[in-house]
Design a protein around this ligand. Sequence first.
Ligand SMILES: NC(=O)c1ccc[n+]([C@@H]2O[C@H](COP(=O)([O-])OP(=O)(O)OC[C@H]3O[C@@H](n4cnc5c(N)ncnc54)[C@H](O)[C@@H]3O)[C@@H](O)[C@H]2O)c1
Length: 254
Amino acid sequence: MLSDLKDKRALVTGAAQGLGRAVAELFIERGARVVLSDIDGDLLDKTVADLGDAAFGVVCNVTSEEQVVSSIQAAVDHLGGLDIVVNNAGIEIGKPLVQQTEEEFDRVMSINVKGVFFGIKHATPALIASGGGNIVNMSSVAGLGGVPLLGSYCASKAAVLRMTETAAVELRDHGVRVNAVCPSFINTKMVERLVNPFEGATGAKFDDVVAVKQQRLGTPEEVAEMVAFLASDDAKFVTGSHYVLDSGLTGSLF
Ligand SMILES: NC(=O)c1ccc[n+]([C@@H]2O[C@H](COP(=O)([O-])OP(=O)(O)OC[C@H]3O[C@@H](n4cnc5c(N)ncnc54)[C@H](O)[C@@H]3O)[C@@H](O)[C@H]2O)c1
């Protein structure tokens, strides 16, 4: 079977919808039991109910160190240990960089960077206790280069890549792998939210730009497949790396 996750115990943050939900769903399909965490408790409850008995929900705001610690403990208690953590929760601010407020900049950094830092820091002891597991961080092609209207987001996703590499080297001797994925535009609420600001600021049709740059929107399931591979033992020699899913966007100058 592709990316077998039989009996693996996983925690996925920001999992009530979008990429996190798709990751949790695929992990369960591949045999894992999954704790889904999210700041949106109502949506989380619905998602967990949809995913069935292998899913369990914990409300957690990843910017709160206390909540991250207790969500990881809840996952360990519920699953009997932890093998995989997917630090997926993230937000965007779609505005020219010089128009972004300090509060907006801090919010992006707090969720996208500090949230991943807390996830790595506090999950590591549980992963080591389970014999060495792995972490997959959700970066973006926006972590590889600048994107108009996504200045703070780009900075945050670049920071995720540098933390991924550093943690991978620091944790290698403990048997913990740390990798990241860099998707381009994927069909989720996040991208829906970006269409109006993008078209307002550039005058270009968002769909046309997507068609030229990446042919079509990616699907959450396509991203989940890469995350499942990295989380599985098939990727046991893979750490400190990032994997791009962008249908050629970053490979082309035009
Ligand atoms: N959709 C894309 O095109 C795309 C591309 C590259 C990377 N990403 C990244 O993938 C991740 C998921 O994005 P998505 O498109 O599924 O977004 P989404 O907005 O559809 O879902 C994000 C989820 O994160 C949760 N969340 C937000 N703030 C949180 C917090 N403080 N604590 C816990 N949960 C919180 C939300 O409630 C939501 O359920 C993000 O890190 C995003 O930056 C998305």
